[in-house]
Ligand binder design. Structure first.
Ligand code: KMH
Ligand code: ZN
Length: 313
């Protein structure tokens, strides 16, 4: 009897981000060596795409220094064939030019692109932690009460032009509510973005849609209606529902994102000791569901990426 083809699911691992801070977990990678080691271990467990931010090695503060990116990207690229995805979101306190410096310089295969301006509140974490290792940590969390995560139409179109058309990167289109999916459809109609679109449904950010299956169903329904077969999707949930909501996304036909950028735990109240631990857990769940995990080259083919030889590190 012919064997039914098992669907391949792309696992993205976002290894450090700019939301969590060193006091919150000793396992958060900070230095280029730590970020490289965390990424290589995550790839070994099955992450096909590594979503990358940098941090100041001295104190863990979010950084968009292209030389830091170059240092860990070179190491990761030497050790494995994972797709390297540079954040263009940086942190909500950075200017657009600062945020774009690493992607403009290093011309990766993928970049994130956040599809709207919004509140992005991380200040509630002030209540959970104290005894901060660095002064910048509570100051950054508190500042998100008064700052907007800015991604204007002009900003989005600058990223599409500079990093996409000029640099050859494909995007992880991060959509935090259904309205941002509608904006992506607007750009598709205008010919400013090209299929296959890789949409990351982002749930659980304070200021965006909450981490519920109902919200995911609504956002996917919007994308099905407006983007049709021009898109594939992945799901990330910030916080402790990360794996549950990503699993719902996989069951609905999507791909998944895990990593310490979005969630520091491995089970309720227990810190994950590494990004790789979260990837391994996600992989076990996918395999139990009868799904296969995509290799980096399978992800490249599915998303029509330019290839790892075409990046400028
Ligand atoms: N931490 C995620 C919820 C980006 O890097 O462009 C948002 C993010 C943004 O991944
Ligand atoms: Zn990110």
């Amino acid at each position: 009897m012919a064997q039914a083809l098992r669907r391949k699911v792309i696992i993205t691992c976002a290894v450090t981000g700019s939301v969590h801070t060193p006091t919150m977990s000793p396992y958060l990678p900070v230095t280029p060596d730590e970020i490289a080691a965390a990424s290589i271990a995550a790839a070994k467990e099955g992450a096909a795409i590594i979503h990358l931010h940098a941090r100041n090695p001295a104190d863990g503060r979010p950084s968009a220094d292209a030389q830091l990116f170059r240092a860990f990207m070179t190491r990761i690229n030497d050790a494995c064939d994972a797709v390297l995805n540079i954040s263009t979101g940086g942190s909500s306190l950075m200017t657009l030019d600062t945020r774009l410096a690493p992607a403009r310089a290093l011309k990766p295969e993928m970049c994130s692109l956040n599809m709207g301006s919004m509140n992005f509140g991380i200040f509630p974490m002030l209540e959970k932690h104290g005894d901060w290792k660095h002064e910048w940590e509570p100051a950054l969390l508190d500042a998100t009460r008064r700052t907007v995560f800015q991604n204007t139409f002009d900003d989005i179109e600058t990223i599409l032009a500079d990093v996409g058309r000029a640099g050859g990167a494909k995007f992880e289109f991060e959509c935090y509510d259904a309205g941002q999916v509608e904006l992506l459809a607007f750009y598709l109609k205008r010919g400013l973005v090209e299929p296959p679109l890789y949409v990351q449904f982002v749930l659980g950010v304070l200021g965006g849609a909450g981490a519920s299956v109902e919200n995911l169903v609504h956002m996917k329904g919007t994308a099905d209606r407006l983007l049709g077969d021009a898109y594939q999707f992945s799901v990330l949930a910030a916080g402790g529902r990360q794996v549950a909501i990503a699993t719902a996304g996989a069951i609905m036909g999507g791909n998944v994102r895990v990593g310490l950028e979005d969630n520091l735990t491995i089970s309720p109240g227990v810190l994950a000791k590494s990004n790789a631990e979260q990837v391994a857990k996600m992989r076990r769940i996918l395999e139990e569901l009868g799904l296969d995990v995509a290799s980096p080259d399978e992800a490249r083919a599915a998303l029509k990426l330019k290839g790892r030889n075409a990046i400028a590190i």
